[in-house]
Design a binder for this molecule. Sequence first.
Ligand SMILES: NC(=O)c1ccc[n+]([C@@H]2O[C@H](COP(=O)([O-])OP(=O)(O)OC[C@H]3O[C@@H](n4cnc5c(N)ncnc54)[C@H](OP(=O)(O)O)[C@@H]3O)[C@@H](O)[C@H]2O)c1
Length: 262
Amino acid sequence: MLFADNAFKGKHIVVTGASRGIGRETAIQLTRSGASVTLTGRNRERLEEVQKECENGTGETQIVVADLNQAADRQELVEKSLEFLPVYGLVNSAGVLSTYYLEDIPEEELRKAMEVNFFSLTLLTQEFYTEMKKREEGAIVNLSSLSGLRGTHGNVSYCASKFAVTGFTQSLAHEAIRSNIRVNAVAPGFVDTEMGRKAVAAKAEREGRSFEEQWELAQSGNPSGRITTAGEVAGTILFLLSEASENIIGESVKISGGSVMR
Ligand SMILES: NC(=O)c1ccc[n+]([C@@H]2O[C@H](COP(=O)([O-])OP(=O)(O)OC[C@H]3O[C@@H](n4cnc5c(N)ncnc54)[C@H](OP(=O)(O)O)[C@@H]3O)[C@@H](O)[C@H]2O)c1
């Protein structure tokens, strides 16, 4: 375990996208490090499974089922989170993949990528940020991507939505630090989650390879020789939420296995 079991004691962190993948691992690591966590996603059953895994930790948890594209659900999430405990941190992990060439993308898919990955993230952050400002402390971590830092092939909508997250992170970081709230992002390459596997499958189809061949290429394309795990991304998120990263502000921390160095 990266942090001591009381590293986040007394801190309440809201984790979106907690039903799967990176959000799930983040919630589990946080509770094992003493944080109390509000777990949110649309799938109650999966959230309950994650909550069970969090029972090994010392922090308390609550589930709030919410579709972040719905204003009423966002409002309820904020209200229930504040009723549970004052909010110290927010991890915006909910997101969708969108793998299209420009000439193929249906308008509704373009809008969907921006809706979940950017608009809902921004509107939810706006609500929590307003509350966090009153306490003059806290940390926000957004899930950007290597595709939020440079263009990637066949990803116009996903890339655009993640560049928006990177820009939002940098700009909000400027204003938020005046209220002692640090805002950062993580920018992973392929991560071994449902989304990561879907992304590799889409690339395999485009390139006329099998999934296994494409997966192997993704692994060997990284100097580390392997794809990042959700637990490794979660560890970086905990670092950015913690006092160990006190003067790190507005960064998008790459987790690329060495594939993007600059
Ligand atoms: N995996 C990768 O290779 C990779 C690489 C770079 C960046 N990222 C980013 O990291 C984040 C997490 O990715 P992941 O791999 O963990 O993805 P994942 O396994 O597909 O999980 C996505 C999560 O987002 C939630 N979600 C999606 N739409 C939602 C909505 N409308 N309202 C509420 N929740 C919603 C899902 O919950 P429900 O289904 O329960 O609603 C699920 O918990 C995303 O922002 C992704 O873009 C991923």
